[in-house]
Every structure is written in structure tokens, then in C-alpha cells.
Design a protein around this ligand. Sequence first.
Ligand code: ARG
Length: 462
Amino acid sequence: MAEKLWGGRFTAPTDQFVEEFTASIMFDQRLYRYDIEGSIAHARMLAKQAIIGDDEAETIIDGLKQILDEIESEKLEFKISLEDIHMNIEARLIELIGPVGGKLHTARSRNDQIALDVRLYLRDEINAVSDYVKKLQQALLDQAEQNLDVIMPGYTHLQTAQPVLFAHHMLAYYEMLKRDAERLCDLYKRVNVLPLGAGALAGTTFDIDREFVAEQLGFAGVTRNSLDTVSDRDFAIEFCSTASMLMMHLSRLSEELVLWSSADFNFITLSDAFCTGSSIMPQKKNPDVPELVRGKSGRVYGNLVSLLTLMKSLPLAYNKDTQEDKEPLFDTIDTVKGSLKVFADMIREMQVNAEPMRIAAARGFSTATDVADYCVRKGIPFRQAHEIVGKTVRFCVENGKDIPELSIDEFKSFSDAIEEDIYDFVTLEASVNARRATGGTAREAVKKELDRARQEQVQSHP
Ligand code: ARG
């Protein structure tokens, strides 16, 4: 009771269970570095504005630095009775340097302080996630480059559609991740604004210099409305939304890796390091990592919905409800970073089985569209060409033949326009390389995008 920093108004101690129930130190302790960094900047500003003395600020800052050491060397024991990271640090400060430590909280509230801590923390985490995205992108590009001539079936409805380069497929995920990285970059701008100075909700009676604090902490600006500042959690929701999109992309790649690594497909072999066995079936090598990442996308979506629901209908300004934003946010960060890391390593070590991909690409009349396009170039309207090739495929099905195996007479029985050169158009290579327009699967088009992607990687931040 005596140790509570807000104990003055109270005559009875907090109920033991309520104390534990309302505490956040169990999870907000991960913010300690940012809490201290923010407090140091705040103390400097208070001294500059002559709200506290220079020597007082020095004493406070030395004390805070000592606390940082204590926490990093695991010497400081956090107390549930001190509720959260802010009060654990402040109480320790007063313990270390005496009553002058009590001056630190001048012109500040825990409400703007927590908003500051989370923003500082999230800035770093956005950069960390962006780095992991980049590593996965590199792995995808490396696989694309190493397998530039590998042809696989392209699917629609999971039915063989047209042959594509495996590299083209890898680059599709590169593009998805690029948009995710852009979203992270954009959201960073909204996170990178200083909330400190909003006080509890209405601002402060002291002559503070918010711009000075912003500059010290590397913020691009300061928030403009104190009520909004202490209650806004949009930025956390936005992060979880971006993370959900990212996990959605990873879940799609996961699904494909699971399919491709099955005996039925055998398009890829995942390294043993990323698979596990079965306790009963000795032959099993299960693609646990992609399965788990596919599953974890669900929990990240769940965190997004938690935060949206948490904020729904919440009146201004600060409400204790918002303490509940931390765990979903932290869990999202941990999950996304872990998933990206394991994926980058796994993709890099993935073995591509070119032969089964090629055999599958040749099945299912994958070059039928090329025959239709051939007819169109001979002057036949596309709709009619579609009909001609449809009948050709039916003939093939009935006679157990593939398109390239048809004799020229058989071809001609469907259209006179078809000539000997048709055989040049129905190979897998010809089909792929005919799609040369930007964004197509032709080797030269894919190589161009690969080079462009490499260039982008060099230019993009860290
Ligand atoms: N632990 C609190 C949170 O996470 C810090 C702010 C507390 N403010 C208050 N007035 N109780 O939101």
C-alpha cells in the first residue's frame, strides 16, 4: 500500500487479486528500454525549460541509466504491486536517487507515456519486420535465379492451365511481399509522431517543448490533439492489419509448399531441418513449418479482430481497456517475425525438382491456348479458334494422345489453317517464351523482372 505511487487518495489497500488482475508488468516489461529512453528525453526537456534544475535532470538521467543496466543484467525484480513498467521504473528511480526522482513525472501522465513507449517500440519492430521481409524476398529471388529454366504447370482452379516458369511463380510472391513492405513503410509515418505532452488527456499546465522531445527521439512531428493522442490505437491496428495481409500471403505459399512437397506432386523437397517425422508411420516426413505458418495466420487475424473490437465504441479519452492492446500487438510481432525468419531459411534450402514439374506441365493439354492463338494468327477469329481447339482436345482425350503427338493430318482435320509449323508452337518452351509482354512468363520477361527486383532490393531501406 505504502509503495503505491498513487496511494495518497486511498485508505484501504488494493484487493490482492485485483492487483494482479489489473497489472500489466508481466507483458509490458518488454517496453523497458523505450520507457527509459522516453524518460531521459523528457527529463532533458524539463531542464531545458527550467521546470526542473539541470543538476536534478542529471541525477535523474544517471539513475535511469543505472536502472537500464539493472534490467539488462536481470538485477531488477519487477513487482506486480507496482502495476506496470512505468511505475516499476519510477519507483526504482526514487529508491535510487531519493525524492528528486519524483520530479520526473512532472508534465507527464502514464497515458501519454504508454502511447510513447508503444510508438518507440513499434518503430523498431516495423524496421525489424521489414528486414525479415527483405530476407525472404532475397531467398525467393535466389531460387528464381537458380531455376530460371525450370518449367512448371500454371494452374487455375488447381487444374493445369498453361506452363509457367518456376521463377515466375517465385516472383509472384516477391511482388506480394513488396506490397507488404510498402504498407509497413507507409504505416511507419503514422507511428513516427510524438504523443508525449498530451498529459492525462487535456495537455499540461507546464511550459513544455514537445518539438525538442520529438527531435531527441527522432520523431518526424508531434501529435495535434491531446484527447486523440492518449486514446488512439489506430497505428497498432494498422500494424496488425498489415501483418494479417503478410500472413495471408505466407499462408498461400505455405499451402503450395505443402502440396508441392507431397509424393503426388514431388515438385520440391524441403530440407530435413524444416520437417518432422511421424511417431507411428516410419516413412513420413511432414512439412510442419509451412503447415504451422499457415495455421499461425489465423492467430494474427484474431489479434487484428481483438484490437478492432477492443477499440469499438470506446469513449474518449484514455480508458484502461487499452491496456489490452499490448498482448495482441506483441503476439503479432513475434508471430510475424518468427514466420518470416523460418520461411526465409526454408525457401533458401528448398530443393526444386525440375523433372516432375516438367512432366506435370506437359500434362493436361497445357499448350491448347497456344494452338488457339496460332489459329488466330492465321486469321481465324478467337472464338472460332477456341471451338477448333476444344474439338482437338476432345479428340486427344478420346484417343489417348497429347497435342504435340497429333499428326499434321489429324491437326488439319480440325482446321485447314494449321500447318507444319504448328509443332514449333506446342512445346513447353515455345508456350512459355511466347508470353513476352511485361509481367508475362517468357524467360526474357522474367529475367527482366528478376533484374529489376534485385535493383529494388539494393535501393530499398536497410
Ligand atoms: N498500463 C497502462 C496501459 O497499458 C498504462 C497507462 C495507465 N494509465 C492509467 N491511467 N491507468 O495502458
